[in-house]
Ligand binder design. Structure first.
Ligand SMILES: Nc1nc2c(c(=O)[nH]1)N[C@H]1C(S)=C(S)[C@@H](COP(=O)(O)OP(=O)(O)OC[C@H]3O[C@@H](n4cnc5c(=O)[nH]c(N)nc54)[C@H](O)[C@@H]3O)O[C@H]1N2
Ligand SMILES: Nc1nc2c(c(=O)[nH]1)N[C@H]1C(S)=C(S)[C@@H](COP(=O)(O)OP(=O)(O)OC[C@H]3O[C@@H](n4cnc5c(=O)[nH]c(N)nc54)[C@H](O)[C@@H]3O)O[C@H]1N2
Ligand code: SF4
Ligand SMILES: [Mo]
Length: 682
């Protein structure tokens, strides 16, 4: 008999779904969306529908493993947990005595979004004095750019968009990456709202939109400035809002003189009349709403792009109109007492910080001290980090001791000296905030750990004991930690207690219907067209429309390449599931017929795509879904599923974005050629 138990999806997705997990004889046999969760509303994505295939995957790691073959080949023998933990203590101890504490580097990201497990290693590595990891790989540029204009504050509730009369999806492939937002947008659409997509290519979402503006990658700031120019020129402004809630409007107006429709069109590739039309639509809407994705910020000038988009609502007072506003992230409303999990006070030595985007350099170039031990958990850097050639060179180092705590035998795990079996969210207790909605939910295990799997929290607490760390945090249970997280006077969390959470249902935060009602989070408390804090950082204090360019390839490689998510995977996760692999098909390069024609590339042909950083082999999709000069490779496939065993991040760079020190995953210049013209895979 199948019993249904409540859980939460732990993956890095804004929807943070409530799940009903069917369990039979101790195994996950089916997963449904929780019909009582107000955002999930009973629906579930294709990835998680057959989650049992992941939890009980043939690639699942069941017990600790020790490397017995060459690095990277994945030849291991089974060892016990005691042996594994003893070895870690021994090796980390030796690294510390020979090279110092900073020679140890933790590397983790969002394999699970559970607040407890995500931060499970922080107290241990702080206490150890290990190098700190700047976890900037995803949203740091978007966050910093947005904050410069509106502050680090929660943004418009997606649910309220049902009352919008214009929905702008700005660099968001909503149907793939935020699918539970779509029904709200459709409801607005039924009531007459137009849906506009602003994206370099015709993704699933753009196909369904009423209007699609196909801009060149890296030119969003220029497009937003072009729209602003038209709003001013046609006097479509909310002057009261501008007077009361913004600063720097007069200086903005001077800047806008440079961004008339012609110039905006030249930079963005969007025809002048389309820019004018969108400005009219936006300026005359009663409740214009923008959903920004992360795409515009995954560019070298991505911070500026996001900052500029975030200024649009202020010109028309959208934030204060029912149904209008702007959504980026909701996570700032989950204002926990984060010290409960971060335990910053254990960090006595102020060690160096290493940016996770630059793992390749950290492992191959860093000295004083070099990185000698790498502890990877909740992440798959061999695949997801940029400039793979450098990352892999580092992971190959014989003198690097690498521990990988994983659910499945990932590409990174293949390079490990020790592999530790990780427990999935179905096997652990955790607390889930969201970055796409305003519900908080706790999940209890629905099955026993598979094999000898252990959670990150359990492993780091055990390692702390073995290192002799006596601080109370290393003995806390999950519920102790949750109670501490809730020890905050944030108005958003008022009335939320451990007792209420224990029941396992989603609980709505105390958010007002207009999230911006109490002002903005900038230094002035207003929306900042002119930003003194940007000027202080040596950046342009006004929005600027200079496009992002991959300097290394400029003048040499002709094609821009963006590398957005694939519908069937979540970053590199779910590659291990056969039916998702089949649905995803081979890794492809979308290329415009004009570019394909010039290069003798035909549809379905194998192509080699390269730049100075590396090369990959993809299957050509010749399509006018993209523009001349712009190519698209959806998805982060595991290299073992790609021709030549080379993943897409061979082509991306470790260069950091203008703000937030993030990665410009969509800012690449490449060349492409039919496979045979260059000789196969040398
Ligand atoms: N199915 C699925 N869902 C996911 C993920 C996944 O891999 N698969 N990943 C999850 C994660 S970690 C995150 S952070 C989110 C990301 O969710 P999104 O924000 O949707 O993803 P992005 O990679 O940022 O790309 C969004 C869109 O931006 C476009 N884009 C690229 N460059 C530019 C540009 O310069 N300007 C503009 N306007 N658009 C541009 C891309 O073509 C893409 O359609 O999704 C999460 N959900
Ligand atoms: N080219 C390109 N590269 C990108 C992106 C892109 O758009 N284009 N997107 C970037 C973005 S937005 C992000 S957020 C990063 C994501 O980078 P990561 O956070 O590394 O994401 P995943 O690829 O999902 O890898 C997570 C790994 O953690 C493991 N895992 C999951 N849950 C657990 C657990 O509970 N315990 C343990 N021990 N392990 C677990 C999974 O099996 C998986 O191998 O990738 C970035 N890389
Ligand atoms: S991946 Fe996203 S859409 Fe799919 S179940 Fe998880 S939270 Fe929901
Ligand atoms: Mo992300």
């Amino acid at each position: 008999m199948v019993t249904y138990k409540r859980s939460v999806c732990s993956h890095d997705c804004p929807d943070t779904c409530g799940l009903m997990v069917g369990v039979q004889e101790g195994k996950v046999v089916s997963v449904k969306g929780d019909p009582d969760h107000p955002f999930t509303r009973g629906a579930i994505c294709t990835k998680v529908k057959r989650y049992g295939d992941r939890v009980h995957s043939p690639l699942r790691i069941h017990h600790p493993l020790k490397r017995v073959g060459p690095k990277g080949e994945g030849v291991f023998e089974r060892i016990s947990w005691d042996q594994a933990l003893d070895e870690i203590v021994d090796r980390y101890g030796k690294v510390i005595s020979h090279f110092g504490n900073e020679a140890i580097l933790p590397y983790s990201y969002a394999g699970t979004m559970g607040v407890l497990q995500f931060h499970a290693g922080h107290p241990f590595f702080h206490k150890l004095g290990a190098s700190r990891l700047k976890r900037t790989i995803c949203s740091a540029a978007a966050e910093a750019g947005f904050a410069a204009s509106m502050g680090s504050i929660p943004t418009t509730d997606i649910e309220s968009s049902v009352d919008a009369d214009l929905i702008v999806l700005w660099g968001s492939n909503t149907l793939s990456t935020n699918m539970h937002a779509w029904p709200f947008f459709l409801e607005a659409h039924r009531k007459g709202a137009a849906i506009v997509a602003i994206d370099p290519y015709e993704n699933r979402t753009a196909k369904k939109a009423d209007v699609h503006l196909k801009l060149r990658p890296g030119t969003d700031a220029a497009l937003a400035l072009g729209i602003m120019h038209q709003l001013v020129e046609n006097n479509l402004l909310d002057e009261t809002f501008i007077d009361e809630h913004t600063i720097g409007f007069e200086r903005l107006k001077v800047r806008l003189e440079d961004y008339g429709p012609r110039r905006a069109s030249e930079i963005t590739g969007v025809p002048e009349n389309r820019i004018k039309d969108l400005a009219m639509q936006y300026g005359t809407a009663k409740a214009p709403y923008i959903r920004t994705g992360w795409g515009p910020a995954r560019q070298l000038r991505g911070g500026m792009a996001m900052r500029t988009i975030a200024l649009l609502p202020a010109l028309v007072g959208a934030a204060h109109k029912k149904g209008g506003g702007i959504t980026r992230s909701t996570s700032a409303a989950f204002a926990f007492n984060m010290e409960a999990v971060l335990q910053e006070s254990l960090d006595r030595s102020a060690p160096r910080s290493i940016n996770m985007v630059q793992l390749g350099s950290a492992l191959t170039r860093l000295s004083e001290p070099p990185v000698k031990a790498l502890h990877v958990y909740h992440s798959n850097p061999a695949v997801v980090a940029p400039d793979s050639a450098q990352v892999l060179k580092g992971l190959q180092r014989e003198d690097l001791f690498t521990v990988v705590h994983e659910i499945v035998m990932s590409e990174t795990a293949l390079f490990a000296d020790l592999v530790l079996p990780g427990a999935t969210s179905m096997e652990t207790t955790d607390l889930y905030r969201s970055y796409g909605h305003y519900y908080l939910q706790m999940a209890h295990p629905v099955i026993e750990p598979v094999g000898e799997a252990r959670s990150a929290l359990a492993v780091f607490q055990e390692l702390a004991h073995r290192f002799g760390f006596k601080d109370p945090c290393f003995n806390q249970s999950e519920t102790d930690i949750i109670e501490n997280l809730l020890a905050t006077d944030s108005p958003y969390l008022k009335g939320i207690t451990l007792d209420r959470l224990m029941a396992g249902h989603p609980i709505r935060l105390q958010v007002p219907s207009n999230i911006f009602e109490s002002g903005f989070g900038t230094p002035s408390g207003r929306v900042e067209f002119y930003s003194q804090s940007m000027e202080d950082l040596g950046l342009d204090p006004l929005p600027s429309g200079e496009p992002s360019v991959d300097a290394a390839g400029e003048g040499r490689f002709e094609l821009q390449l963006i590398t957005p998510p694939r519908h069937q995977f979540l970053n590199s996760t779910f590659n291990e599931i056969d039916h998702l692999q089949r649905k995803a098909g081979p890794a492809t390069l979308m290329i415009h017929p004009v570019d394909a024609g010039k290069r003798g590339i035909q549809d379905n042909m194998p192509v080699r795509v390269h730049n100075d950083r590396g090369e990959v082999f993809l299957t050509a999709r010749v399509t006018d879904g993209t523009s001349p000069g712009v190519t698209v490779a959806e998805g982060i496939y595991w290299p073992r599923f790609m021709v030549g065993n080379k993943g897409i991040n061979q082509l991306t760079s470790q260069d950091l974005t203008d703000m937030g020190e993030s990665c410009a995953f969509h800012c690449n210049l490449v060349e492409a050629a039919p496979f045979f013209s260059d000789g196969p895979m040398d």
